[in-house]
Design a binder for this molecule. Sequence first.
Ligand code: ZN
Length: 175
Amino acid sequence: MGAPAKRVCNVCRKRFPRTLKHWNKQPRRKDGLDETCKECAKKRAAEWYQANKERRRAEAKEFREDYRDDVREEKRESRLRNIEQVRAYQAKYNRENSARRVEYTAQWRRDHPKKAAQLRKSEYDNNKERIKQRARDWYRANRERALAQLAARRFQCRISSTVRRSSSFDLSTIR
Ligand SMILES: [Zn+2]
C-alpha cells in the first residue's frame, strides 16, 4: 500500500489524505470516513452547539413561564378549594349552632331588656329602608297570608273593642 489517497472536504474544498488525522469516522460511508474534514466538522459542531444552546435556553425559558403559570393556576385553585372548605365549614357550624345561638340571643335579651330595646331600635334605624323593603317583598310574596293575618287582626280588634265597650257597661254580656 502506498500513501493514502487524498480527498476534497465538502465544505472547505481543501484536500487531505484519507486518514483519521484529518477526517472523523463515518461508518455509513464505504471507506468509513466522513466527507467533511475534521476542522470543518469541529467548526460545524461548535456552531450547532451555539445554535442549540440558544434554542435550549429559549425552550427552558418557555418551560419556566408555562410552569410559572401552572404554579400560579395551582395556587389559585388551592386557594379556591380552601375558601370553599372554609365556607362549607362555616355553613355547617352555623347550621349546627343556629338553634343554640337563637336561644343564647333570646336569653341575652331577657337578661338585658334595656340594651336589647336600644339595640333593636338602632338596628331598625340603621336598616329602616331594608326592613321596610323586606316587609314589602314578603307582603308581595305572601299576599294571601298577609290579608288573612290582617283580617284576623281586625277581627281581634273588633272583639277586644267589643269587650272594652261592654266591660265599661256590663261585663255580663261577654260571659
Ligand atoms: Zn474542511
